[in-house]
Each structure stands twice: as structure tokens, then as C-alpha cells.
Design a protein around this ligand. Structure first.
Ligand SMILES: Cc1cc2nc3c(=O)[nH]c(=O)nc-3n(C[C@H](O)[C@H](O)[C@H](O)COP(=O)(O)OP(=O)(O)OC[C@H]3O[C@@H](n4cnc5c(N)ncnc54)[C@H](O)[C@@H]3O)c2cc1C
Length: 293
């Protein structure tokens, strides 16, 4: 099933992201965790792609297994900046062969040595995918602007170009303050970007994880979020509970403000995905019943 058909239906959607292992010996553990996450019945799942690294090798394999085993739509991430055109075409052929129809098309991070790429931007990849088959294509967007971008208006202009190149839906970078997302949504609608947007929520459940992702994403951390990590970061259990609550509160606020599509970065943790769902159980049921009235 195509992700865009789910996003265009009246129902709210909840999707879970997982990432593949770096090496073959970790594959069984990772796929097992991904199955557990899939058994929580998200509307769809997504599997990341390690730009040029070992992880890229296992993305298609994981997507294929999850789709067949769980019978839910799966979105295969694909990056281009560290790949040749032939490598990208090879992956696209594999996806077609395995009847995988959903792709999140990304540029990927530019390698430290700068690299030399046949693709400059995600929009180049989107054109390549469009000309290669009948795929449902998603792309990334950044409520706080992409970290490389010094000018937010310019970033939005490029986002519009990217969507116009043939994007069916967008998924956001993680954010920890919902107002930033609401402002972003307003601004993209104003410039004519009309595709559905999935709001990316990251449950932060350890202070170590926070340091890693904070640096990578450049996401703004509001004072109440920092206070939470400062206070509870010393206890794994307390931090997990607080981080899940924070993410669940963000999701409740999004739903209360009419946002229908929530994407959770699960970090391959079934316990965390399940804890988020526990916090939302009645709310989600209510949202589904409202959407079918
Ligand atoms: C939801 C989500 C999922 C992700 N999944 C993965 C993953 O699986 N694997 C992975 O390696 N990384 C992943 N990333 C990270 C992503 O690869 C990086 O953020 C990367 O730096 C940018 O990718 P992009 O597709 O957004 O690039 P682009 O859309 O190409 O944008 C990158 C930068 O280039 C600028 N730009 C775009 N078009 C032009 C143009 N025509 N001229 C000049 N400048 C331009 C933009 O303003 C922006 O600053 C993900 C990010 C998100 C938000």
C-alpha cells in the first residue's frame, strides 16, 4: 500500500522509524526488535539508509522482511550524495523487484572529505526516482531550517522546489517545541506546499542520546526539556519515563491542534514505542472514532 493513500484518508496515522544494523552479525537482533515494534500495529514503518556506510546494505532487506512478515506498508529511505547513479539505479531495481513502493528520498549528509557526487540535492534523486517507476515518494523537511542553511526563506524556497520535483508527502526532522512546527506548517502552506506532513517526534530517554542527537539535528531545546534531562538524566528508569511522557505530551498537543500524522523515531526500542502507545491509548481511539464519524 502507498503511504500517500493512508495520509490522504480521513484517519490519523502513527508511524514508527527503525534503523538497520551496521554489520550482518547484528541483523537478527535488529530485525527482531523491528518486528516487535511492528507488532504494535503502526500504520506504517520506515527503515533508514546509512549514506554510503554498512547500514545501507541492509535497508532493502529489512524493508522486504518487515513488509512481508507484518503485512504493513514500509517506507524505504534512500540517500544519494555518497552514491553513483548506477548504485542508485541498482537499489531502485531491487525495490521494484521486491514490490516496495514507498521511498523517502534524501540527499544524505555530505561526507567529511566533501566527496564527489553525481547528485547535489534530494531533488535530483526525486527526479531520478520519478523517472524510474511508479513510486510513492516522501522527503525530509526541517521546521527549524536545515542546519546548513543560513537563510530560512531560502531553505523554504528549496523545499518548495523539492516538493514540485514530485514529492507526495513530507516528514519533519525532530523538534522539541511544537510552536516551531506550527509556525513552519503555516509558512509552507503560505508558499503553496500542500502535501501532507508527518510530524517527527523523538522520545529522548537518556542524556547520552540527547548529546548525540542534539548535535546532529541542531534542534532547539526548550528550558522545560533541558530541566527534565538535567533532573532525571542520572537515572535510566526515571529518564525513560520522563522522556516518554514528554514525547506523549507533544503528540497530544499536536493531535489537539489538528495535526493528523505522527512519526516516532523509535531508535529500535520496542519498549519505548509501546510506552508511547500506552500513554495515548484512549486518545488515539478517540481520534480514530472522530475521523470515522
Ligand atoms: C525525516 C528524516 C529522515 C532522514 N533519514 C535519513 C536516512 O535514512 N539516512 C541518512 O543518511 N540521513 C537521513 N536524514 C538526514 C538527511 O540526510 C540530512 O539532513 C541531509 O543533510 C539533508 O538531506 P535532505 O534530503 O533534506 O537534503 P536536501 O533537500 O537536498 O537539502 C539539503 C540542503 O541543501 C539545500 N538545498 C536544497 N536544494 C538546493 C538547491 N537546488 N540549491 C541550493 N541549495 C539547495 C537545502 O536548503 C538544505 O540546506 C533524515 C532526515 C530527516 C528529516
Amino acid at each position: 500500500m502507498r503511504v500517500i493513500d493512508l495520509l490522504n484518508s480521513d484517519r490519523p496515522t502513527l508511524s514508527f522509524e527503525v534503523f538497520p544494523p551496521k554489520t550482518q552479525d547484528k541483523f537478527e537482533n535488529v530485525i527482531h526488535a523491528a518486528y516487535e515494534i511492528g507488532h504494535l500495529h503502526p500504520d506504517f514503518m520506515s527503515v533508514t539508509y546509512g549514506a554510503g556506510g554498512g547500514r545501507s546494505r541492509y535497508t532493502v532487506e529489512m524493508v522486504d522482511q518487515l513488509q512481508n512478515e507484518l503485512n504493513i506498508p514500509v517506507l524505504s529511505h534512500l540517500t544519494c550524495v555518497s552514491s553513483t547513479r548506477d548504485q542508485v539505479k541498482e537499489v531502485l531495481e531491487k525495490l521494484k523487484e521486491k514490490k516496495i513502493e514507498n521511498i523517502l528520498a534524501l540527499r544524505g549528509d555530505i561526507p567529511e572529505d566533501g566527496g564527489v557526487s553525481e547528485y547535489q540535492h534530494a531533488s535530483d534523486l526525486i527526479e531520478e526516482i520519478r523517472s524510474s517507476g511508479d513510486f510513492c515518494i516522501g522527503a525530509a523537511c526541517y521546521p527549524e531550517g536545515h542546519p546548513e542553511s543560513s537563510d530560512k526563506n531560502e531553505d523554504l524556497k528549496y523545499l518548495k522546489e523539492k516538493v514540485d520535483a514530485g514529492v507526495d508527502f513530507l516528514t519533519t526532522q525532530m523538534f522539541f517545541q511544537n510552536d516551531l512546527f506550527y509556525r513552519f506548517l503555516y509558512r509552507i502552506r503560505e508558499i503553496g506546499i500542500e502535501v501532507p506532513v508527518c510530524a517527527g517526534i523523538m522520545p529522548v530517554t537518556s542524556s547520552r542520546q540527547l548529546k548525540r542527537i542534539g548535535g546532529m539535528s541542531g534542534a532547539f531545546m526548550p528550558q522545560n526539556f533541558i530541566a527534565m534531562v538535567d533532573r532525571f538524566g542520572g537515572s535510566a528508569d526515571a529518564m525513560k519515563q520522563a522522556g516518554v511522557q514528554y514525547a506523549a505530551q507533544q503528540i497530544i498537543d499536536l493531535l489537539a491542534n489538528g495535526v493528523k500524522h505522527i512519526h516516532v523515531y523509535t531508535m529500535n526500542r520496542p519498549d519505548i514505542a509501546a510506552a508511547i502507545l500506552d500513554n495515548l491509548s484512549e486518545i488515539w481511539k478517540y481520534e480514530i472514532s472522530r475521523s470515522t464519524e
